[in-house]
Design a protein around this ligand. Structure first.
Ligand SMILES: Nc1nc2c(ncn2[C@@H]2O[C@@H]3COP(=O)(O)O[C@H]4[C@@H](O)[C@H](n5cnc6c(=O)[nH]c(N)nc65)O[C@@H]4COP(=O)(O)O[C@H]3[C@H]2O)c(=O)[nH]1
Length: 568
């Protein structure tokens, strides 16, 4: 119960005012505030201006009646204040109408005494507090106490409704924290919770009082900058500034326990105004789309929504859905591209390259779907399919020294990757002796410690390793020396124009020398001409792969190709 309840009595009969005030004095002594209005308009004005704890309202008020007041309080002013209706007669119908309009209680004047009035006031206030609490829970996030999605949609609706009266532009910022999932999964949910609370604090610090912050759930937050300016450019500038301030503030390490944690945030921004036909849902969707663009642009950046983004996102989602279906129906096949010794022409191995055999569109190149598989996380299931297929086909390649399989960075760093590979080997009764795992520089650099630990485990099992696309990333010699690679593959882009570009020829020569110094076997990729092959031979590379030797071919063709070479 509130210590000093503030009570407004709406009553036009002076005697009744006197009597009610007497009861209140008896009940609360000096511990309450009292005000009186004698008609509905005056009472509504006061209700609008002052925070009362309870209204006591007479049913008959001249031309108006108390039920109109109850309705205005609940439906128009939307005040969470209890209203007790006082009537001269005990009328069941008035009682029901009062309740339907939102009155918390109904008292018959003849039956009122100090005790019953005080009790009704106490109960009504308590009931409203409980309703208010339930409403708070329904509209707020329990962890951060920020308003939630339901309240955001409500707020957007009223912002849009106000646009009929003014032409100001507003902005909505959609934030998704970068790196949060990794921290939450690896350090536990209580660390994740502390992090979200600190982010909320920083968002409060980076915004103004008139801006509203919402939490949609997980690591997604919304900032609404309402009615900024009539000029859209000004609105955009202000939204960009707020986004920059937020990114800067979140970029500072967050200390949880003793650990400084580093996170960032990707922000999608959309502007909307009175002339728009936008709905709350579309505004939210536009900001979400822009946020995905910000993520794709390398995280910790902000992007404004543009209508072209919609079609990009739609086709991305369509591809992702088709890919999901393709994985469940296993619409994939492996082709193999032979690798040969530059000196003898003997086959030393083959690289497995996945193809999607789409039921309507035919064969689809991995260049078109591997990035989507990586972004959506489907690469884990796709990678399993590829590795399982290679293991199943392995017994047919008895005379081929090694089959190499591409492993993407995400797949390699998954915590259960080693276990999954072991399971597939067991399931297919395959031995890793002639299997090679191809990693790219980016896979290795994503987490050097994890790379080193896992590579050791795989080597102990009998796998060998190739470093793919060498020269395109940031491989440092230190890493190359530390990590147990067997093969270095020179990226196709360097081989393609070794003849025309002395610079690329120089890089290829340097990579070959480096690989030799480190005792690695060197494979040149993308060998398309006799000149390319001759160059690799001259520079001392070990083997070559490319269209000049063979295009990627099916497992059956690979065996035939190999047999023909052996026979020559
Ligand atoms: N212009 C030209 N191209 C040549 C020549 N020789 C080979 N290629 C192509 O170069 C790519 C070599 O594979 P990569 O560098 O590992 O590059 C691969 C690899 O990064 C990825 N990929 C393919 N299969 C898988 C897979 O099973 N898992 C994962 N994670 N990635 C895969 O997709 C990339 C592209 O694969 P593909 O389209 O099969 O393209 C293959 C191959 O068909 C040539 O002489 N000239």
């Amino acid at each position: 119960m509130v210590a000093y309840p503030k009570i407004l009595l709406v009553e036009d009969d002076e005697d009744d005012v006197f009597m009610t005030k007497g009861y209140l004095d008896d009940s609360f002594g000096k511990s309450y505030f009292f005000e009186h209005a004698s008609n509905v308009p005056d009472a509504l004005n006061r209700a609008n201006e002052c925070a009362y704890d309870v209204f006591l309202v007479d049913y008959r008020l001249g031309a108006d009646n108390g039920i109109d007041f109850v309705r205005s309080i609940n439906q128009d002013l939307k005040l969470m204040v209890p209203v007790i209706l006082l009537t001269g007669q005990n009328d069941r119908e008035i009682d029901i109408r009062a309740m339907e309009a939102g009155a918390t209680d109904y008292l018959v004047k003849q039956n009122i005494d100090a005790h019953s009035l005080e009790r009704a006031i106490r109960y009504s206030i308590k009931q409203k507090q409980s309703e208010e609490h339930i409403q708070f829970l329904a509209y707020h996030d329990a962890l951060t106490s920020l308003p939630n999605r339901a309240l955001l949609l409500d707020r957007l609706k009223s912002t849009l409704a106000r646009f009929t009266r003014n032409q100001h532009h507003s902005a909505l910022l959609f934030l998704d924290l970068d790196n949060f999932k990794t921290i939450n999964d690896s350090l536990g949910h209580s660390v994740g919770d502390s992090l979200l609370i600190e982010v909320t604090r920083r968002l409060n610090g980076a915004t103004r009082e008139e801006d509203s912050i919402f939490r949609l759930g997980g690591d997604e937050f919304i900032i609404l900058l309402p009615e900024i300016s009539e000029i859209s450019e000004e609105t955009a500038i202000r939204a960009q500034r707020v986004a920059e301030r937020i990114m800067k503030s979140i970029n500072h390490p967050i200390i949880v326990g003793k650990e400084p944690l580093h996170i960032g945030t990707s922000i999608g921004i959309t502007l909307f105004a009175g002339s728009d036909t936008a709905t709350p849902d579309t505004i939210l969707k536009h900001a979400d789309t822009a946020m995905y663009e910000a993520k794709a642009a390398g995280k910790n950046t902000a992007r404004f929504f543009q209508h072209e983004m919609e079609s990009t996102v739609k086709s991305k989602l369509a591809l992702e859905n088709e890919l999901r279906k393709a994985i469940s129906e296993n619409q994939f096949e492996l082709l193999y591209q032979p690798q040969v010794c530059v000196n003898t022409g003997k086959m030393i191995g083959a690289e497995a390259l996945v193809r999607w055999i789409h039921p309507e569109n035919g064969m689809i190149s991995p260049v078109l779907f591997i990035p989507s598989a990586e972004q959506s996380g489907l690469i884990h299931s796709l990678g399993e399919i590829v590795f399982r297929t290679a293991c199943k086909e392995l017994p047919n390649f008895k005379d081929i020294p090694r089959i190499s399989v591409n492993i993407s960075a995400k797949q390699f760093h998954a915590p259960d990757f080693v276990k999954k590979i072991e399971c597939i080997l067991n399931e297919c009764d395959a031995s890793p002796e002639n299997l090679e795992l191809e990693l790219t520089e980016s896979a290795m650099l994503a987490d050097i410690e994890d790379t080193a630990v896992k590579m050791k485990k795989f080597r102990d099992m009998g796998f060998t390793f190739a470093l793919d696309d060498f020269g395109t990333g940031y491989s440092s010699l230190t890493y190359l020396k530390k990590l147990p690679f067997d093969v270095l593959k020179i990226d196709r882009s360097f081989i393609t124009d070794i003849i025309e570009s002395p610079e690329h020829a120089g890089i290829a020569t340097a990579v070959i020398a480096l690989g030799k110094a480190l005792n690695l076997s060197i494979v040149g990729e993308g060998v398309e001409t006799a000149d390319h092959l001759q160059f690799l031979k001259n520079e001392g590379a070990n083997s070559a792969q490319g269209y000049y030797i063979s295009r990627p071919i099916s497992a059956t063709d690979l065996i035939a190709w190999h047999n023909q070479r052996v026979a020559c």
